[in-house]
Ligand binder design. Structure first.
Ligand SMILES: C[S@@+](CC[C@H](N)C(=O)[O-])C[C@H]1O[C@@H](n2cnc3c(N)ncnc32)[C@H](O)[C@@H]1O
Length: 276
């Protein structure tokens, strides 16, 4: 049995997850905070929240706490029009050049998104007969999803996550049947060779990338967990790592906010950077 929770502990958790990761859980999310604290207490054998929070403030359990409070829902080729946009609009021209093509996948969760990007890039290289070097840098704050992502092995329910028909998945994944609607997808080495994963907190003041390093940035379905003023700061930081002419993809319910005047809007939350 986890120890009894009270409003003080819920408020402490709210304050700390905001301070550490920038994740904002308003009071209408109290039941979520309670459930996650309960689960954490069971997983870590916590007997006393008072002691737990004082140790957390000293840095102990910090990563477990972060991992417990992230929401990791993701899918292969989610919001598929963004992958089609890369294939149809960006890559035909861009892969003619020998300049390396770099993509940042911010908040990559368990890896389905960056593997989808990597497969799209390799497919495009084949179609456009390109020798350009392509790479995907995936980042997330949650170390447990990063471990899953590095392993690259997935059980996919193809009813819940319909897969694209415009590329041969078996060129990029070893695929076997699990049961009626489920398949096992194991990322091939060709995808792993162009992908790297690292921990990065989007709330940090700077990220460890070069200025204007990326041609494309995916930042989807993560800003919604931040306060608007913090979303704005993250977007500004990400923008400094995007080349002029580069593309930013946001999730369907996210907004470009104050950066609107620096981009061309192509619809479907596709933005092209036109100025610094
Ligand atoms: C809902 S998932 C979105 C995954 C993927 N981008 C997609 O659209 O399918 C949100 C991810 O954001 C990550 N995240 C939350 N706060 C973060 C932060 N401060 N820095 C980096 N990643 C964060 C979570 O760990 C989680 O994996």
């Amino acid at each position: 049995m986890p120890p009894t929770i009270n409003q003080t502990y819920i408020n402490q958790a709210r304050t700390l997850i905001y301070k550490i990761a920038g994740l904002y859980l308003p009071t209408n999310k109290d039941s979520i905070i309670k459930n996650r604290l309960d689960k954490l207490a069971r997983d870590l054998d916590i007997e006393d929240y008072e002691e737990f929070f004082s140790e957390l403030k000293r840095g102990l359990y910090k990563q477990d706490f972060i991992n417990a409070f992230t929401t990791n829902k993701t899918d292969f080729f989610r919001e598929g029009f963004h992958f089609k946009d890369m294939i149809d609009r960006i890559l035909p021209q861009r892969l003619l050049s020998d300049e390396p093509f770099r993509v940042l996948c911010a908040a990559s969760s368990t890896g389905e998104e960056p593997y989808s990007i990597a497969a799209t890039l390799l497919f495009a290289k084949e179609v456009y007969q390109s020798t350009a070097q392509v790479s995907v840098q995936a980042i997330d704050i949650d170390t447990s999803v990063l471990e899953t992502a590095k392993a690259g092995k997935y059980v996919v329910d193809t009813h819940l996550n319909p897969l694209p028909d415009w590329l041969e998945l078996k060129d990029y994944f070893d695929i076997s049947a699990k049961d009626k609607h489920k398949i096992i997808m194991n990322a091939k080495q060709c995808l792993k060779d162009i992908l790297s994963f690292k921990q990065q907190n989007l709330s940090d003041k700077t990220y460890s990338f070069g200025v204007k390093e990326f041609d494309v940035i995916f930042c989807r379905n993560v800003l919604i967990y931040f306060k608007v003023e913090d979303q704005e700061k993250i977007l500004n930081r990400l923008f400094s790592y995007l080349k002029i002419g580069g593309t930013l993809y946001l999730g369907h319910s996210e907004s470009i906010l104050g950066l609107a005047y620096k981009v061309d809007r192509l619809g479907q939350n596709i933005f092209v950077k036109v100025m610094e």
